[in-house]
Design a protein around this ligand. Structure first.
Ligand code: FMN
Length: 394
């Protein structure tokens, strides 16, 4: 069984395998400076969209089947022709390197070891070529597409040359939202390191040493490395907004240009309305990730699972994926039941990296994989796709 193979046996575990991913919030709080902890765990404005994500999963339940032989269970799932041992991967998260030593590479390596996809964020602080080389050959890259045509082409050329085969275009970030919880603790853009932030850092000496000093982040290497054809200006500079480009100008015509130019698989992330899913499908997009950005953009957005159910009713040929609020193996299966072929998990994986680096992420993956396995057995199914046969109650 996958979970047993992946769970590290000889070493002392950083996470308790008998507990769930929710525990990571407590563990990470002890490790991260408050501003960073609340930046990761928080969402925009009142956190209502994030709550809706979580409630959507909590509100669904199954009518399990009993007395079925479930000895030969496997959660193996094929996505875009590639077999994965479980139907989940790791969502793109910017600033990962601020949370964990060599954060992007830690996430990528753990995912590669487990055989699951990891999407490298366009807002990462490590160059994509570096993550590709040292992170076990991850092949998914998430782009923040700049509004200017020549910059789009240059970025796509770079992503292709780096060897990525799946491009994820994030579509739900026309403007930067208010991250109020993070702002309350001093995480603002641009970041100004005053006495409060300095004190937070000093009170987390392990983070200060491992992330800021040993990993070299205290120097001048802190850049959004993957927004353009080449490295950008320092991330904390005033030029940050200019460097991101006119994202509020993005439209389907930009995506059409991307589709024409990008030979690999194209995925749009952040689709919530069924009409937009239909448009993406007509444009030849290979897949969409139904997502409200983990509640980090539009705070009055519907829950991702609710959006997925509506989109799944349309006649689409693209691959449906979803993220936002998945914390349990049961949530993975609820998403599959609602019409997703695959799901992505965000915050818990980054928190696991913050707590115990690559090993922590491996353990988090193993915990979720084990829960998928337990839930399948108790539901009376032997294949993840058999969830189709189980009735779900909303
Ligand atoms: N989504 C992107 O498309 N690009 C990003 O750079 C990005 N950065 C993120 C940074 C953090 C700290 C977090 C928590 C999320 C970020 N997201 C980004 C959103 C995630 O990809 C994903 O949609 C969301 O976290 C899923 O919700 P979950 O955390 O509840 O699993």
């Amino acid at each position: 069984m996958y979970a047993r193979e992946v769970a590290p046996a000889a070493r002392r575990l950083a996470l308790d395998p008998e507990l769930g991913l929710g525990e990571l919030e407590h563990a990470a709080k002890r490790v991260l400076p408050a501003a960073l902890y609340h930046y990761v765990c928080g969402a925009s404005e009142d956190g209502a969209a994030h709550d809706r994500n979580m409630r959507a999963y909590a509100g669904r339940s199954f009518f399990p089947r009993v007395m079925t032989d479930v000895t030969a269970r496997t959660a193996t799932t094929t996505l875009f022709g590639v077999q994965h041992p479980v139907p989940f991967g790791i969502a793109p998260m910017g600033f990962s390197r601020l949370m964990a030593p060599d954060g992007d590479v830690a996430l990528a390596s753990a995912a590669a070891r487990a055989g699951i996809p990891f999407i490298l964020s366009g807002a990462s602080l490590t160059p994509m070529e570096d993550v590709k080389r040292r992170g076990g050959g991850t092949s998914w890259f998430q782009a923040y597409i700049p509004g200017e045509a020549h910059r789009i082409e240059a970025l796509l050329d770079r992503v292709e040359a780096a060897g990525f085969d799946t491009l994820v275009v994030t579509a739900d970030t026309a403007v930067h939202p208010k991250h109020e919880r993070a702002a309350r603790y001093g995480f603002r853009s641009p970041v100004r390191v005053g006495p409060a932030l300095a004190w937070q850092a000093i009170s987390r000496p392990a983070w200060l040493w491992r992330v800021l000093l040993k990993d070299g982040l205290a120097g001048t290497r802190l850049h959004f490395e993957n927004m353009d054809a080449k490295q950008g200006p320092p991330v904390f500079s005033r030029t940050l907004v200019r460097d991101i480009g006119r994202r509020d100008a993005l439209s389907w015509s930009h995506l059409e240009a991307v589709r024409k130019r990008w030979k690999g698989r194209l995925v749009v992330k952040g689709v919530m309305a069924a009409e937009d899913a239909v448009t993406a499908d007509a444009m030849g997009v290979d897949g969409i990730i139904v997502s409200n950005h983990g509640g980090r953009q539009l705070d009055c957005a519907a829950g991702a699972l609710d959006a997925l159910e509506r989109i799944a009713q349309r006649d689409l040929s693209l691959t449906l994926m979803v993220d936002g609020g998945i914390r349990r193996g049961a949530d993975v299966l609820k998403a599959l039941k609602a019409g997703a072929q695959f799901v992505f998990v965000g915050r818990p994986m980054l928190l696991a990296a913050a707590v115990a680096g690559e090993a922590g992420v491996s353990e988090a993956i193993a915990i979720l994989a084990r829960e998928v396995d337990i839930t399948m057995a108790l539901l009376g199914i032997t294949q993840a796709r058999d969830i189709e046969r189980i009735e779900m109650h909303a």
